[in-house]
Write a protein that binds this ligand. Structure first.
Ligand SMILES: CC(=O)SCCNC(=O)CCNC(=O)[C@H](O)C(C)(C)COP(=O)(O)OP(=O)(O)OC[C@H]1O[C@@H](n2cnc3c(N)ncnc32)[C@H](O)[C@@H]1OP(=O)(O)O
Ligand SMILES: CC(C)C(=O)C(=O)O
Length: 512
């Protein structure tokens, strides 16, 4: 059995199934580029048949990414599979991932099909896919709650039809590590042609065991592909987290004895990019990528780490991308230092004009703030996607009055397609007043489904980063704004979300 473990990232597909995490095509491409830097083996870029937006995202990623295999999910039917193949047509290496549920519950209640019908449909789907592409993954949805005998028949049949990867998901996060590992091991023993395919695990985190279950699927079960997402993003409580599972395999190589291709130094940048794009904040005590993952507050620990780092650290912060700042960026820094830091953070701006715009914003911020941290830079390049695109709505200025006992009032000046607009309103608080002011002019009719504030670098001198999630006619978009003034950051986030709602070229993918 191979010692190589394939890392299959599904941030852009299962990750996007987190309510509120839908991403635009350009956001998905930016994340795909970071996944490529990370040297992820397979990037599941979306579900081509779900929407034209998702199709275009997969197609764009397939045309841009060279070093990772690009994959699209599809139901087990000809239409979905043909759509996936079409989206992947220009990929350097493409994979069709087709699935159908095999558990009694899903077959009877959801698909309303008999097991024999499911078996036939699975075979037919893989046969159809194999005529379009060589690399075919088959997933038995709700595999862990399936009858082992029936599941083994399905898997044997789809391998005979040419499936090259077999995935046995714990779709609802019901598994226990030891039991899941044994389940996979016994299945592999029972399926006569099991050695003709790579076995894969895809675990959900409903009971907080997705990483442990995935590792057991590998160690006990013999799987050689793990499906995971950055920050553990994903449907409901999420998926197995890439950063945790990869660092477990690397840190405990003595136990797992496996190699992964991942360039771990890009992990923190990937985590920040996904967090800022989706508005899903990473908790400070999150393993590997949380702000406190390598922080020591108590004297005995600090003393130990100063004497010998490994007294309290099992990984090196630098190995996952917590680079110690060698150059402090501030108002006296030049373009080269700024560009260098962007590069280190994995941010690729696609034109000199985009770099110049970002640099101008950096200087404006540096005038108000003595030290600029990495989080500040990521925030300012993310405000308009960092691509230097002309947005329809642009923030100009804001004034607000609030006094105890008085109803707060805000006046916002912004531009709409270049035309300056002044708007004002009262509100329950200054943020509410500024949103109402903008809405009184734009009249988007969108519903706000999330408002969150994150102080992005430590002290009260830091920038506040605000995420606003708006929903209109089934479309969900996230806007992000950053500024040392939290009310200004909020107005910027609101306008950024409106830009996405009004944008034609950035098509928002459908929710799963
Ligand atoms: C465990 C997972 O993460 S699975 C992936 C989840 N991701 C998504 O659902 C992607 C986003 N989804 C969508 O955009 C839509 O649901 C679509 C385009 C896929 C399908 O839309 P619709 O055709 O309108 O169907 P709808 O979503 O209402 O129902 C799903 C249908 O697919 C069937 N189906 C579900 N899974 C499968 C499958 N793997 N293979 C074949 N058919 C399936 C269901 O039985 C149902 O059929 P029915 O209409 O005959 O009852
Ligand atoms: C379609 C499969 C891989 C899936 O997402 C699941 O079962 O959770």
């Amino acid at each position: 059995m191979s010692d190589q473990l394939i890392i299959f990232d599904t941030t852009l597909r299962d990750g996007e199934q987190s309510p509120g995490a839908s991403m635009t095509r350009d956001e998905k491409l930016r994340i795909a580029r970071q996944l490529e830097r990370l040297k992820v083996d397979v990037i599941e870029a979306g579900f081509a048949a779900a929407s034209n937006g998702d199709f275009e995202s997969i197609q764009t990623i397939a045309r841009s990414i060279k070093d990772s295999t690009i994959c699209s999910l599809s139901r087990a039917n000809d239409r979905d599979i043909a759509r996936a193949a079409e989206a992947l047509k220009d990929a350097h290496r493409g994979r069709i991932h087709t699935f159908i549920a095999t558990s009694p519950l899903h077959m009877e209640k959801k698909l309303r099909m008999t097991p024999e019908q499911v078996l036939e449909q699975a075979k037919q789907a893989v046969r159809f896919g194999r005529n379009l592409m060589d690399d075919i993954e088959f997933s038995a949805e709700d595999g862990y709650r399936s009858e082992p005998d029936f599941l083994a028949r399905v898997i044997e049949a789809v391998i005979n039809e040419g499936a090259t990867t077999i995935n046995v998901p714990d779709t609802v996060g019901y598994a226990i590590p030891e039991l899941y590992g044994e389940f996979i091991r016994k299945l592999r023993e029972r399926v006569p042609n099991s050695d003709k395919a790579v076995w894969s695990v895809h675990c959900h985190n409903d009971l907080g065991m997705a990483v442990a279950n995935s590792l057991a699927g590998v160690k006990i079960g013999g799987a050689r592909q793990i499906e995971c997402t950055i920050n553990g993003l994903g449907e409901r409580a999420g998926n197995c987290s890439l950063e945790e599972v990869v660092m477990a395999i690397k840190t405990r190589k003595d136990y797992f004895g496996l190699d992964v291709n991942i360039d771990t130094q890009h992990i923190v940048a990937a985590s920040r990019l996904v967090s800022q794009t989706t508005g899903f904040i990473v908790q400070p005590n999150k393993a590997v990528v949380g702000a406190n993952a390598f922080a020591h507050a108590s004297g005995i620990h600090q003393d130990g780490v100063l004497k010998a780092r490994d007294t309290y650290e099992i990984m090196r912060a630098e190995d996952v991308g917590w680079a110690a700042n060698k150059i402090v960026l501030g108002k006296l820094s030049g373009r080269n230092a700024f560009k260098q830091r962007l590069q280190e953070l994995g941010v690729e701006l696609d034109s000199e004009a985009a770099i110049n715009q970002a640099f101008t914003r950096f200087k404006e911020l540096a005038d108000r703030k003595s030290e600029i941290f990495d989080e500040d830079i990521l925030a300012l390049v993310n405000v308009d996607g960092g691509q230097g695109q002309e947005s329809q709505f642009q923030f100009i200025s804001l004034a607000q009055q609030s006094e105890t006992g008085e109803r707060p009032h805000a006046s916002v000046v912004f531009s709409n397609a270049g035309q300056e607009i002044k708007a004002s309103s009262d509100g329950n608080g200054p943020v509410d007043a500024s949103f109402k002011a903008i809405e009184s002019e734009v009249k988007s009719g969108a519903e706000m489904v999330l408002y969150s504030v994150n102080a992005i670098s430590g002290s009260t001198e830091s920038q506040g980063e605000v995420t606003v999630r708006l929903q209109r006619s089934g479309r969900v978009v996230n806007g992000v704004g950053a500024d040392p003034d939290i009310v200004v950051a909020s107005a910027k986030a609101y306008l950024s979300a409106l830009n996405k709602l009004h944008s034609n070229h950035e098509v928002v993918a459908a929710q799963g």
